[in-house]
Design a protein. Structure first.
Length: 361
């Protein structure tokens, strides 16, 4: 993809509404973006599986993965005051939620602006001012004055999804995006880039892209796509959290403008070491920047896909600052390094190379 297309794609996917379980707008945008490059089927969880044009059915199958969902909120009930009691969809830290501007998708499919409401400090006790807020104590206010108004006029009730209300922007002078949901919309855009760039090329593998859902609540969609695709090898595009704002340089393993992160380990997954090293060696050959990371937390779709049949799996992570908050940063140069690496990787892979990743000799 050309630079302008990459920028437009990242902005489009960042702005799309799609918390876990409600990813339809993201899936529609993805389906439209790849319609010329393969055939896409969508299941009842909204997982989208795209079989690349040119696949023969006689070559090793490579599963590309990204996840469509973002962390969000879900209306649990409407309080008598008209405020919305909610639960989280994915891992929000409670201290990052108060005063967040949000959009609520109501029963009519309209997007209603609101704010995560807190008690004004004028009414707080000393103990309340120093306490850590809990999600159960918070509410979303959409401007209603009663439960009846919220339910009947605003058409908001139990089960309505909510996301941060943020519009993505791009700073061309510094190559930086500022927006929401780069975990993993930057990965979705990367998968579109790969299908676009490789369109019409003759490969030695069949490529099937799985855009999974409900990753943020337990990798659920990827368990389904892995069973449907039955891949021989998997490459996961993921927006991964930066540590460059709080770790010392010697320990920082995911940094803005340092290239993609190749993840060796997290709490759910260990990369296939032969495939991981093959990818790192290719990045060195191509003079592409990258980091490697051993994480003591986190998880991603590579675990669900790798566990299904034990296929060699790697994670190519695009660094994102402040994941699981309303506002994120990510760099175009990291996106481009990640897609350049994966695109060339798919050009190099063949049956013999893939078989070598399974060898213990």
């Amino acid at each position: 993809m050309e630079k302008a297309q990459q920028i437009d794609s990242i902005i489009k996917f960042s702005n799309a509404f799609g918390p876990s379980g409600f990813e339809q707008p993201v899936i529609r945008a993805y389906r439209d973006a790849v319609k010329d490059f393969g055939t896409t089927e969508i299941d009842g969880m909204f997982n989208a599986i795209t079989k690349r044009k040119g696949n023969t059915g006689e070559r090793p199958v490579i599963q590309l993965d990204a996840h469509a969902d973002e962390v969000g909120l879900l209306v649990q009930a409407v309080r008598p005051s008209g405020l919305l009691k909610f639960v989280t969809l994915g891992g929000f830290v409670p201290t990052n939620v108060p005063a967040m501007r949000v959009l609520v998708r109501n029963r009519r499919g309209e997007y209603i602006p609101g704010v995560v409401a807190t008690k004004p400090p004028h009414f707080m006790t000393a103990a309340e001012r120093n306490a850590v807020p809990t999600i159960a104590e918070m509410s979303v206010d959409v401007g209603s004055t009663s439960r009846d108004e919220t339910i009947n006029d605003y058409a908001i009730d139990t089960g309505c999804p909510i996301v941060p209300d943020v519009s993505c922007t791009y700073d061309d002078a510094h190559g930086m995006f500022f927006g929401k949901a780069f975990d993993d919309r930057v990965g979705v855009a990367a998968m579109v880039d790969t299908l676009t760039t490789l369109h019409g090329e003759d490969l030695n593998v069949d490529v099937v892209a799985g855009l999974s859902t409900q990753e943020e609540v337990g990798l659920r969609g990827a368990y389904v796509t892995a069973r449907k695709i039955q891949a021989d090898l998997a490459i996961v595009y993921e927006g991964v959290p930066c540590d460059d704002t709080f770790e010392p340089d010697w320990l920082s393993q995911t940094r803005l403008k340092a290239g993609p992160m190749l993840r060796d380990l997290d709490t759910t997954y260990i990369a296939n070491p032969a495939f991981q090293q093959f990818t790192a060696d290719l990045a060195d050959e191509l003079h592409l920047p990258y980091t490697r990371a051993v994480r003591t937390g986190g998880g991603q779709d590579g675990a669900a896909i790798g566990y299904w049949q034990g296929v060699p799996t790697i994670v190519v992570g695009i660094p994102v600052r402040y994941e699981h908050t309303a506002y994120n940063y990510t760099a175009l140069s990291d996106f481009q390094a990640a897609t350049s690496l994966v695109n060339e990787l798919l050009r190099r892979l063949d049956a013999e190379t893939i078989a070598s990743f399974n060898s213990v000799d």
